[in-house]
Structure formats: C-alpha cells, structure tokens
Design a protein around this ligand. Structure first.
Ligand code: UDP
Ligand code: MG
Length: 318
C-alpha cells in the first residue's frame, strides 16, 4: 500500500520500551489521517525486542520489522530503515521516547509548508547525566569549528526528511555513517523545530562511553581533516622553540662558565615529544583505519528477516 509517512525506529535491547513507543507513535500518526508505516529496525538485540515487535505486527499492520543478523550500530540501523521506507516523508526517531513523538506533527506541518528537512533541535535535555550534557554540548561546538559543512548544533537524528532527500542520502555509500552530518551535507531546504528532550522512558542508554567516542570520532573524521594538520602546526612550533633553545645553549657555553646540565630535562623533553608524536600517529591511524574500512566493499548491514513488507515494496525499491 502507498504510504505518505514512514517512521524509522532503531531498536537495540529496548524490550522495556517498544510497546509504549508503538502506542505513542500510533496515537500520533493516526492523527495525521494519512497512510503511514512504522519500521522498527532491530539492531541485533539480545533480549526479546524482536519477538515483541513481531507480536505488535500481528495486531497492527502498519508496523514492519527489519531484523539485523547482529548489532551493526545505531547509524547503520537508521540507514537500513530509510532504505526500506516507501513514504513521501521519512521520520527518524529514537525508540526510548526521549524524542517526543508528538513533535512529529509539527515537523509534518513544516514539511507541508515546503521544507525538505525538518530537524529537531534540543533546547533542553532532561534526565541525562551532567557528563553527557557537557560532552555533547562541547562535541557539537568543536565539530562546528572543525568543519565547513553547516551541521546545526544540538540536533540528533530525530528529524523528518522528504523522499527526494532520502533518495540522495541513500546514494552516499560510506561506511562510517554520521547520519545527521550527511543530511546537512546533502543540502536542500532545511529548518528546525525546537523541543525538550525527555528522559528515557525505561531501560538504560545504549551508548556507553566507548560507543560515544567512536561516534564522535566518526563525526569528526567524516567531516574534517583539520586534526591531521595538527602535526604540521605543532611541528613548526616545536622546531622554532627547539632552535631558539639551541641558540641559548650555545651562547651560554661560549660566553659563561655555567655548564648546561641535566639529564632530567632531557628525559622530560623526550617523553613529552614522544607522547605528542604518538598522539599524532594515532590521529593519522583514525583516518587510515577508516580508509581501510571503506575499501573493503562489504555490505553496510545484513538482514536476517524482513516482516510486514509486501512484495510490491520490494519491486519498488529495485
Ligand atoms: N541503538 C541502536 N543500536 C545501537 C545503540 C543504540 O539501534 O547499537 C538505538 C537505541 O535502541 C535507541 C537509539 O539508538 O532507539 C538511541 O540510543 P540511546 O537512547 O541509548 O542513546 P542516548 O539517547 O542515550 O544517546
Ligand atoms: Mg536515548
């Protein structure tokens, strides 16, 4: 059936929330009075999330499921959901109800006014740790400084995009996907709706520190090569400082009786510089590693099972 709206919901170990998420989304989407589909992308959950979604499908034929063969990550799950969507507008939303589904109606209004991308801008974050709030705030601002792409600060992946933007987005095949950045990069007519980010409905964050760091590194390396220039800047700075010090040492040696001494200072300088060199090697490694990822032409994700999509949808996607 032809649908106007596709809602993509990535889920990873969200058994405590999926039923409630479905209920709230259904209530909101029914209000539009237009046809819609809710696509849950099960990102290799190891709890019952998948079977709960299957239960929901039995009672609600607007619901569909894409079941991954393992955990491929939030950003990949979003991409898979978009891939399979057939609506004229696609909405991406987190499963944990931190993004209030009711905001979708405002997004739809803007879309009908003619905007191609309507992203949610968080004016406040509730129930998140101080650490998360500070690191998130800092990260978005540093990224903005580093890149020439206009990626709006304090926005997540909660957004509505028009089909034509989705079609362009799907042609971007890169493996380290920083979805919110890629959608900014694509361009078109974009606008924001502001919202207050709620607390998680239940369960715990699926973004532990390790995933957060990987996510941040993906964001930076996908949109800026400025970190690589750090080596050049530091190189110039330290060469200059070293040269100035060399002259000072020679002058002391020639024009005074003082002996320039100290193995302690040599060790300190050595450690310091080796540290810097290693950090820079690490930064280069981040980029080289991503080049390596890109050159292996493995698929972005592997689907174990797709439920609720009819054959017609598949032919449409070909
Ligand atoms: N998620 C996912 N795969 C992952 C991690 C998270 O699909 O590997 C989903 C998760 O189920 C949720 C969304 O991505 O719907 C955002 O995750 P979460 O709410 O844990 O992140 P936070 O809001 O704490 O940053
Ligand atoms: Mg969340």
């Amino acid at each position: 059936m032809k649908v106007t709206y596709s809602v993509v919901i990535p889920v990873y170990n969200e058994k405590e929330v999926v039923r409630e998420t479905h209920k709230r989304l259904k209530a909101v989407m029914d209000k539009t009075g237009e046809a819609y589909e809710l696509i849950f992308v099960n990102d290799g959950s190891n709890d019952d999330t998948g079977s709960i979604v299957k239960d929901i499908i039995k009672a609600d034929k607007n619901v569909k499921l894409i079941d991954f063969s393992r955990n491929f990550g939030h950003q990949v799950a979003i991409s898979a959901g978009m891939d399979a969507s057939s609506g004229d507008a696609v909405v991406v939303i987190d499963a944990d109800l931190q993004d209030p589904p009711e905001v979708i109606l405002e997004m739809i209004k803007k879309w009908k006014e003619g905007f191609d991308v309507v992203y949610g801008k968080r004016i406040k974050r509730k129930g998140e740790t101080l650490f998360k709030r500070i690191t998130a705030k800092l990260f978005y601002r540093i990224l903005k400084k580093l890149t020439s792409v206009d990626i709006p600060v304090d926005t997540g992946d909660f957004r509505l995009i028009d089909k034509k933007v989705k079609d362009v987005f799907m042609r971007l095949t890169e493996k380290s996907r920083y979805v919110r950045g890629l959608i900014s990069w694509v361009g078109f007519k974009q606008t924001a709706v502001e919202y207050v980010r709620d607390e998680r409905f239940a369960g715990e964050t699926k973004y532990p520190l390790k995933k957060m760091i990987k996510f941040a590194a993906d964001g930076v390396t996908s949109f800026s090569y400025k970190p690589l220039k750090l080596a050049t800047y530091l190189g110039f700075l330290f060469s200059f400082a070293g040269f100035a010090y060399l002259i000072a040492v020679i002058i002391t040696r020639l024009f005074s009786d003082k002996v320039v001494e100290g193995w302690a200072s040599i060790i300190a300088v050595n450690l310091f510089f080796n540290g810097i060199v290693l950090i820079i090697l690490g930064i280069i490694g981040e980029y080289v590693g991503r080049i390596y990822e890109e050159t292996k032409s493995r698929p972005l994700y592997i689907v174990r099972e797709k439920i609720g999509f009819d054959a017609e949808d598949d032919t449409e996607a070909e």
